[in-house]
Write a protein that binds this ligand. Structure first.
Ligand code: ADP
Ligand code: GLC
Length: 477
């Protein structure tokens, strides 16, 4: 059985800040079903240390010595559903209140990646394939082919871009101080990017296969509009670049068994189930309890990517309509501040829950009629997949994975799994939200048909895991 090692900065069931963690928590299981032996490695953060340290198995402690990094790493492990999770412990780097955004992120994640390769060298795991994710693991393929080439069995390397906006760009001096590669990688241009070096660029250039999380995003990032200045670098890898859409863990996201809900429901009981969950969330959040009002929600990181500005600009108009609004999210201070005002302006009709809350997210997905994702760009998006599974119709901008996963409502054929618009402007956004409200108010039968189509849409990993397996098996031969 071929062994795949996932390398990522976050993942369920340990920590999650966004969709990357959903993927790391669910794709390994789907690849296991395709006949691979899959394990995952990530840093051991403070939250994990506090909550589950006593349940971890200690594997080994070893030195990590590169540049100014002269220290030790300890590897712990835990088996969950047939997948082995390895956790890299180094308290000064990782046991902090947050996960990212520190001044020494370059050093922290250079250390992490060296620790992963040292772990392989120490034979804790001997992978045939290393599947690295985003910039935090962008150096792995290059280091495996250079520094560690003679010390480990040559793996097939796969790199997945989850979000090209976050690139891991650092001053060139980090090559010497923490990466342990010659300055020529900067001077000769291989890793040079914006006057420094980029971990993301390393992943793109030096991995055998590069993937991203939807077909549309794979095409978009080859253009200046979405390429984040890496479009040329990506075009060099065009032949090895694949778009494979994400799925979700349909067992943990299932309205029929979800333990966070007060009323469970399935396709047969969806109308009653949604109303019961709507009343419950209205009560929980202090909204006027009314099962017949259209409840619109957003569960999101609050950054410019997510198009919250369209919602804020539209607010004055749309709150004059017969709708209620719930936003659950955390992120940029200016967006949080703007959203904080909505509760005062629209009491009992709009709520902003500022923070991260997994259980509440489940209840919002279940109780809402519409989930907003008017993203400026969206590599894939997980929230719209969850929404559809819960019979909540996503209202999305036609970009990246949103375009690939949400079928727009067709008033004539009654086809569709949600509502979509394209131009990034407030009038188009309001127009499509109005269409959703009109459908909800005057054509409830259509709305129910869409709901059923959304709930029966395949959002599992099955098909996509097969695509990964096919690409991997082809290159392993
Ligand atoms: P991204 O990874 O860009 O943030 P995705 O749509 O891929 O966007 O994934 C977001 C994931 O994070 C979903 O599982 C969503 O439910 C969850 N999420 C986002 N914000 C919150 C929050 N404030 N509380 C709980 N879950 C959240
Ligand atoms: C990133 C993207 C999101 C994607 C997720 C998982 O966070 O912003 O679109 O769904 O990664 O791949």
């Amino acid at each position: 059985m071929k062994k795949i090692l996932f390398v990522a900065s976050e993942g369920l069931p340990f920590i999650k800040t966004g969709g990357l963690a959903d993927v790391i928590g669910s794709l390994p299981k789907a690849l296991k079903d395709e006949g691979f032996d899959v394990s995952v490695v990530m840093p051991l953060y403070l939250k994990t240390a506090k909550s589950v340290h006593h349940t971890l198995k200690k594997e080994k402690t070893f030195n990590v010595e590169v540049g100014i990094i002269r220290t030790i790493a300890t590897i712990y492990s835990k088996d969950v559903d047939g997948i082995t999770y390895y956790l890299v412990e180094h308290a000064p780097y990782f046991e902090r209140d947050g996960y990212y955004g520190y001044g020494d992120d370059g050093e922290r994640f250079a250390f992490f990646q060296h620790a992963v390769l040292r772990m392989i060298e120490e034979k804790i795991v001997i992978p045939d394939v290393i599947h690295s994710h985003d910039w935090h693991a962008g150096l792995i393929s290059l280091l495996a082919k250079t520094t560690y080439a003679k010390r480990i069995k040559t793996p097939l390397t796969l790199f997945t871009i989850h979000n090209l906006l976050f690139q891991g760009n650092f001053p060139a001096s980090i090559l010497d101080s923490c990466v342990g590669l010659p300055m020529s990688y900067y001077h000769e241009g291989q890793l040079r990017f914006k006057d420094g070096i980029s971990f993301m660029k390393a992943g793109i250039l030096y991995s055998d296969i590069v993937t991203t999380v939807s077909k549309t995003y794979a095409n978009e990032i080859l253009t200046p509009e979405f390429g984040e200045k890496m479009e040329y670098i990506l075009s060099l890898r065009r032949d090895d670049l694949f778009g494979i859409v994400n799925g979700i863990d349909v067992d943990s996201w299932d309205p029929k068994t979800d333990t966070h809900l007060s009323s469970n429901y399935d396709l047969k009981t969806v109308t009653k189930g949604k109303k019961a969950n709507k009343l419950a969330i209205q009560k929980e959040l202090g909204l006027r309890e009314d099962p017949d009002v259209m409840l619109v929600s957003m569960v999101s990181r609050l950054t410019d990517q997510k198009g919250v500005n369209l919602l804020l600009q539209a607010m004055g108009d749309i709150m004059g309509w017969e709708i209620q609004l719930v936003v659950l999210g955390t992120g940029d201070a200016h967006i949080e501040n703007d959203l904080k005002a909505i509760e005062f302006r629209y009491p009992r009709r709009a709520v902003f829950y500022c923070g991260y809350n997994e259980a509440l997210a489940h209840r919002i997905y279940a109780g809402s009629d519409i989930l907003l994702m008017p993203s400026a760009f969206e590599p894939c998006g997980i929230s719209q997949l969850i929404a559809m599974r819960y019979g909540t119709l996503p209202l999305v901008r036609e970009t990246g994975g949103l375009k690939d996963t949400v079928i727009p409502y067709n008033q004539f054929t009654k086809e569709g799994t949600g509502f979509t618009f394209y131009p990034m402007n407030v009038n188009d956004f309001k127009h499509v939200l109005w269409l959703a409200l009109e459908t909800f108010t005057y054509r409830m039968d259509d709305f129910k048909t869409l709901r059923k189509s959304a709930m029966t849409k395949d959002v599992s990993w099955q098909k996509s895991a097969k695509e990964y397996a096919e690409i991997i098996n082809m290159r392993l031969k």
